[in-house]
Design a protein around this ligand. Structure first.
Ligand SMILES: Cc1ncc(COP(=O)(O)O)c(/C=C/C(=O)C(=O)O)c1O
Length: 363
C-alpha cells in the first residue's frame, strides 16, 4: 500500500518521525510507455502521468509537504496565488489538515474543473482583477503582514515535496533517463526535478545521520517548454501581459526564475517555446495515440519533443521521460472540439440494433 510521498521518501525530506504528516496518498504515479512517440522519434519515451495524483496534478507532491510544514508551524490559515491547480491542491490538503484556505486566482483565466475543486473544499476564493503574477505579489505581501502561511512554490517545502517525482522515475527505471522534458510556468517543477535528480546521483545523509549511497549513476538533460505567449525564460525578460490557452502556465514572471535557469545550464539542457497550436496538437496526440488525457499546459513537454523531432534536433536511441502535469478532466472543453475547432457532435441513433450496427459500420 503506497503511503504518500513523505513516508515513502522520509529519508530525503525535512521531516522527523514525530512529524504529523498531512497526506491524501499523493505520488506513486504511473510511468507509462509512450509507444507512438517512441516509434516516431526512435527513442524509449515514457510519460510521468501526474494527473493521477489525488487532486489531478503534480501540485499535490508539494502541497503534502507545505501543509505538513504549516501544521508543524502551528498555522491556522494558508494562502496561495494560483492559475488553478495549486489552489485546487491547497484547498484539498488544507481540508485534510483542518486549516482554512484563501486562494487568489486571476480574473476569468481559470478552468472550471480547478475552480470546482477549490469551491468544493470550501476555500475562500478571491478572483483578483489582474493576472497570476499580480496574485502572487499580493499573496506574498499578505503572508508577510498577517498570520497566514504562504503555500506557493516560493515556499521551499513545495520544492522539497515535488522533487520526489524524480526519485520515483529513477526507482522505476533503475537509473536517471538521458532526457527529462516538462512544461515550465512558475518554474517550481523544473527546479524540483533537477534537485531530485542531483540528490539521487550523490551520497545523501538522512535525518538520522545515516549516509545513503547514490541511487542514480547520472543526471538527465533537462528540456523545459513554455507557451510562446508566456515565455519569459525564453525571451530573457518578464512578459507583462502573458497570453496562452494553456492557462496553467500563463505566467509572465516565474518565481523560480534563477533556479530554472540553473537547472537548464547545469544539466546542459534548454528552455524553449511552443505555440498554442503545437500544444493543442500534442494534447490531441496524447489522448488519441497514447491513451493519456491531459489538460493543455501538461502537453507542452510533448509539444516540445514533437517540435524538436520535426526540426531534426531531437536525440535518438535515448531514454526520455516527459512529465504530463495535470489531468484532462481539469479543462475538458479542449477534448470537445475537433481539430478545426468545431464542436464534436455525438451520432444520434434509434434504440434498435440495426441502426446501432449501421452507425458503428458493422452492417
Ligand atoms: C497543469 C500544470 N502544468 C504545468 C504547470 C507549471 O509548473 P511550474 O513551472 O512549477 O509552475 C502548472 C502550474 C500551475 C501553477 O502555477 C498554479 O496552479 O498556480 C500546472 O498547473
Amino acid at each position: 500500500q503506497w503511503r504518500g510521498v513523505i513516508r515513502e521518501y522520509a529519508d530525503r525530506l525535512p521531516v522527523t518521525e514525530n512529524t504529523e504528516v498531512i497526506t491524501l496518498g499523493e505520488g506513486g504515479t504511473p510511468l507509462v510507455r509512450a509507444k507512438a512517440l517512441s516509434e516516431l522519434t526512435g527513442n524509449e519515451v515514457y510519460l510521468k502521468v501526474e494527473g493521477m495524483n489525488p487532486t489531478g496534478s503534480f501540485k499535490d507532491r508539494g502541497m503534502t509537504m507545505a501543509m505538513t510544514a504549516a501544521v508543524e508551524a502551528g498555522a491556522k490559515a494558508v494562502v496561495c496565488a494560483s492559475t488553478g491547480n495549486t489552489s485546487a491542491s491547497a484547498a484539498a490538503y488544507a481540508t485534510q489538515a483542518g486549516l482554512t484556505c484563501a486562494v487568489l486566482v486571476p480574473d476569468g483565466k481559470i478552468s472550471m474543473g480547478k475552480l470546482s475543486q477549490a469551491i468544493a473544499h470550501g476555500a475562500q476564493l478571491l478572483q483578483v482583477n489582474g493576472n497570476f503574477d499580480n496574485c502572487l505579489e499580493v499573496a506574498r505581501k499578505l503572508a508577510e503582514a498577517y498570520p497566514v502561511f504562504l503555500v506557493n512554490s516560493v515556499n521551499p517545502a513545495r520544492i522539497e515535496g515535488q522533487k520526489t517525482a524524480s526519485f520515483e522515475v529513477v526507482d522505476y527505471l533503475g537509473d536517471a533517463p538521458d532526457y527529462h522534458l516538462l512544461p515550465v510556468g512558475n518554474a517550481g517543477n523544473i527546479t524540483a526535478y533537477w534537485r531530485g535528480y542531483q540528490e539521487y546521483a550523490q551520497p545523501w545523509t538522512n535525518n538520522a545521520g545515516v549516509e545513503l549511497a547514490p541511487v542514480a549513476t547520472k543526471t538527465p538533460v533537462m528540456w523545459g517548454f513554455q507557451a510562446e505567449g508566456a515565455s519569459p525564460l525564453v525571451k530573457g525578460h518578464p512578459v507583462t501581459d502573458p497570453d496562452t490557452i494553456a492557462t496553467a502556465i500563463r505566467i509572465g514572471n516565474p518565481a523560480s526564475w534563477d533556479q530554472a535557469i540553473a537547472a537548464r545550464d547545469e544539466s546542459g539542457g534548454l528552455i524553449e517555446a511552443v505555440t498554442d497550436t503545437e500544444i493543442l496538437e500534442a494534447h490531441r496526440w496524447l489522448s488519441s495515440r497514447e491513451g493519456v488525457f491531459v489538460e493543455p499546459a501538461s502537453a507542452a513537454g510533448v509539444a516540445g519533443l514533437l517540435k524538436k523531432h520535426a526540426a531534426g534536433e531531437a536525440p535518438s536511441g535515448k531514454k526520455i521521460v516527459i512529465t504530463v502535469t495535470g489531468h484532462g478532466l481539469k479543462d475538458p472543453q479542449w477534448a470537445l472540439r475537433t481539430a478545426d475547432g468545431s464542436d464534436v457532435e455525438p451520432t444520434k441513433v434509434d434504440f434498435d440494433v440495426v441502426s446501432v450496427a449501421a452507425a458503428l459500420g458493422l452492417e
